[in-house]
Design a protein around this ligand. Structure first.
Ligand SMILES: [Zn+2]
Ligand SMILES: [Zn+2]
Length: 191
């Protein structure tokens, strides 16, 4: 990865947010926005808007609407990463954190950082005609071991009750049955 440290890196998250809002013109620099910024700059890992709401100090009342609009703002000014899972958008501190890769469980929507430099090497070699590469961020989708076990239990259950109609399956069972079908299709080319 190329060094990205420039003069900008000396700026604090507050400086970056303030400058972005000034450049946009007419954005109100409310204490709520800075309070949310302080919380997300301290968080480790990947969290949903609701989880971040729970992290807010009790003295600070922040509405869900303010939370969503501020998180979007922080993504735009490069202080947060957002990751789309099936269940929710998850946010991660991006301040002094280089773009990186993730793997996501489609069963429980858990997300992990993927530490594997071979993806960077492949991306830097990849030919992109008339296109200047900036960064590379990859998502690998699959099933964690807990959800694999869940799927195996479901398969067993369905085999035991062959006559059971689709209509009697719960929503979660249907979702896992679908994941099972996708997984066996994927297994043919993803080995
Ligand atoms: Zn899982
Ligand atoms: Zn991450």
């Amino acid at each position: 990865m190329k060094k990205t440290e420039g003069t900008q890196q000396k700026d604090t998250p507050h400086d970056i947010l303030t400058r972005y809002m000034t450049e946009q013109g007419g954005m109100r620099k409310t204490p709520e926005r800075y309070a949310i910024l302080d919380v997300v700059m301290k968080m480790k890992g990947h969290h949903s808007a609701d989880q971040i709401l729970d992290m807010m100090p009790e003295t600070f009342h922040v509405s869900r609407a303010t939370m969503y609009s501020t998180l979007t703002l922080l993504v735009k000014c490069g202080l947060l990463y957002n990751h789309q899972t099936e269940g929710a958008t998850l946010y991660e501190c991006a301040y002094k954190v280089p773009a990186h890769h993730h793997y996501i469980c489609t069963g429980c929507n858990k997300i992990w950082d993927l530490k594997d430099s071979s993806i960077e090497r492949a991306a830097s070699k990849a030919k992109t005609p008339r296109f200047k590469k900036m960064k590379c961020s990859t998502y690998i989708y699959g099933l964690c071991n807990i959800c694999q076990a869940k799927l195996a239990r479901l398969k067993k259950k369905l085999e035991q009750e062959k006559k059971r109609q689709d209509a009697t399956m719960t929503r979660e069972e249907k979702r896992f049955a679908q994941i099972g079908r996708e997984l066996s299709m994927a297994a043919e080319w993803f080995k």
